[in-house]
Design a binder for this molecule. Structure first.
Ligand SMILES: Nc1ncnc2c1ncn2[C@@H]1O[C@H](COP(=O)(O)OP(=O)(O)OP(=O)(O)O)[C@@H](O)[C@H]1O
Ligand SMILES: [Mg+2]
Length: 277
């Protein structure tokens, strides 16, 4: 299988007055048309890894890699125009909070139409038709009504689905979903995930699913990268998680509450300075 994405020794640094913050410290992995999870605690570098691939790192950050290639395109030497064209068209990213991604003063339908028009030459009627189809694909029951609503007029779950629709309208080959459901309650979370799962399977996309929730990631992905302090400490097939070797991964697993098991107190996650070396 030829890789969709190749990441070798990715580093993201933020120079600050008091020193350099190394957010990502040598991350390497390849991705095909599969579902890859990235887990790790807050600040471990998950989002910055996703943003570096997407080309959405803050301007003052320094990004370097031995290889950062998408479908044969060297992302680090690509021109800003090439990267802009890739974003949204071939690589899309769902951010944690739809409020930051949906424009509050534009109706949901128009935002989806505008996104499509940025990437394809389509007529008005066709664009509207495809936006409505996409809204239906993310299981919005009354697409024609929702098309005309503004983001503040819909629930969090529907806003998140509208965002997924917007991200998928141009048919990306790679989708990076950064905590796509953590702002939602559990039942809506599962709904949104099953929609994502179906779309990924139907369209044969590659998916990078970022979450701090190891249980969620392992039930949803084929393979899991565990990050700690800017590095991958373990890469493991989701089905093989029970045999995780790294003490941090094992710690994450032990901290997952088990329904029916009466454990008081819940174990506290152990961290050792040498894992961050
Ligand atoms: N703009 C920035 N300037 C300086 N440091 C930053 C900036 N953005 C992120 N960082 C630092 O980079 C590190 C990694 O951040 P990142 O957002 O990738 O973590 P994360 O794993 O996504 O965490 P979370 O689970 O909280 O989303 C953190 O230590 C963070 O403080
Ligand atoms: Mg993050």
């Amino acid at each position: 299988m030829s890789a969709l994405l190749t990441v070798e020794d990715l580093r993201v640094r933020f120079p600050t007055r008091t020193g350099v913050i190394e957010a990502v410290r040598g991350v390497s992995f390849t991705l095909g048309r599969e579902r890859l999870g990235i887990v790790g605690e807050s600040g471990s570098g998950k989002s910055q890894t996703g943003r570096a691939i997407m080309g959405l790192t803050p301007p003052h950050a320094e990004v370097s890699a031995r290889t950062l290639a998408f479908g044969g395109i060297d992302l680090l030497s690509a021109s800003p125009k090439v990267r802009r064209d890739l974003r949204g068209k071939r690589i899309a990213m769902i951010l944690q909070d739809p409020k930051y991604s949906l424009n509050p003063v534009m109706s949901i339908g128009r935002q989806i139409v505008e996104t499509l028009k940025q990437h394809e030459k389509v007529g008005r009627a066709e664009a509207r038709e495809r936006a409505l189809d996409m809204l239906a694909a993310v299981q919005i029951r009354d697409p024609a009504r929702v098309f005309d609503l503004y983001p503040h007029e819909v629930s969090g779950g529907m806003g998140q689905r509208a965002m997924i629709a917007m991200m998928l309208i141009a048919g990306p080959e790679l989708l990076i979903a950064d905590e796509p459901t953590s702002a939602l309650d559990v039942t809506v979370q599962l709904e949104v995930l099953s929609i994502l799962d179906k779309l990924v399977a139907e369209r044969g996309m590659g998916l990078i699913f970022i979450s701090h929730d190891l249980r969620l990631v392992s039930s949803f992905c084929d393979r899991v990268l565990v990050m700690y302090a800017g590095k991958i400490v373990e890469e493991i097939a989701a089905s093989d998680l029970m045999n995780a070797k790294h003490p941090y991964t094992r710690g994450l697993m032990n901290c997952m509450p088990v329904i029916g098991a009466d454990r008081h107190p819940l174990p506290v996650l152990d961290r050792k300075p040498e894992w961050a070396l």
